[in-house]
Design a protein around this ligand. Structure first.
Ligand code: PEP
Length: 255
């Protein structure tokens, strides 16, 4: 299938999403990843997104190592009466350089709409964070043949104009593939990624070619090379397989 907007050169991004896993003892896994990458530089950018409580300690542990630190979310407001939330400035000050926004777990369990995600993107950009904006269809939507339409709509609603000229990534994560071991076919991944590239082209013009469109959902060592070779796949967002160096490093090496 041919898409209208040419892909320009950019470094793929392999980002680990630790979700609500990780305490002080888990920093050892990150140190092992950093040490390995220092010895054997990867062609991809590598990021780890730990729980907010570990951002500062992980940043300190990764000084001088080729591992970027990301947050898993931030609030859309700069500050205020939002018990339990963290602002973009807070995670940036703790050491995050990227932030995952609109993950399906946040959309499903915290009621985050496209409009809320777009406001969070603006907040993140305001403090210089690079957003990784997540989109993806449910199993029912996939079965109904609506995956591409749903994802196109999510990208339009979650990626505000203010992103023009700023670094950001999109992560296509089919909800039914997250943590399930199920993975779409390569053709299905390419179909959605091509559609995302085209939506980005209509929103941001030529610059769309430099946006990394990550695939996420049950990526592991055994399927990473094939997924990462697919057209318009510019990296991966990895959940479960990012928690241990032994699982994450082969994925990084496959990029
Ligand atoms: C995720 O949570 O973003 C994810 C892709 O999880 P997993 O790799 O475990 O499916």
């Amino acid at each position: 299938m041919g898409y209208q907007h040419a892909v320009t050169a950019y470094r793929p991004l392999i980002a680990g999403n630790w979700k609500m896993h990780g305490v002080e003892a888990s920093l050892g896994e990150a140190r092992a990843i950093g040490a390995w990458l220092e010895e054997s530089p990867a062609s991809a950018r590598v990021a780890i997104c730990p729980p907010a409580t570990l951002i500062a300690r992980l940043s300190a542990a990764m000084i001088g190592l080729p591992v970027e630190i990301g947050a898993q979310d931030c609030h859309s407001e700069a500050n205020g009466a939002f018990t339990g939330d963290v602002s973009a400035e807070m995670v940036a000050e703790a050491g995050a350089r990227l932030v995952i926004l609109g993950h399906s777990e946040r959309r499903a369990m915290h009621g985050e709409s496209d409009a809320i995600v777009a406001r969070k993107v603006a907040a993140a950009l305001g403090v210089g964070l690079e957003p990784i904006i997540c989109v993806g269809e449910s199993l029912e939507e996939r079965k109904a043949g609506a995956a591409v339409t749903i994802v196109e709509h999510q990208v339009r609603g979650s990626a505000p104009e203010i992103l023009a000229g700023r670094p950001f990534a999109i992560a296509y994560e089919p909800v039914w593939a997250i943590g399930t071991g199920l993975v779409p076919t390569l053709a299905e991944i390419e179909d959605v990624h091509g559609a995302i590239r085209d939506v980005l082209g209509s929103l941001f013009g030529q610059a769309a070619g430099a946006v990394a469109i990550l695939y996420g959902g049950s990526v592991k060592a055994s399927n990473a090379a094939e997924i990462l070779s697919a057209e318009n796949v510019g990296g991966a967002l990895v959940g479960g397989a990012s928690l241990r160096a032994a699982d994450f490093l082969p994925i990084i090496a496959a990029a």
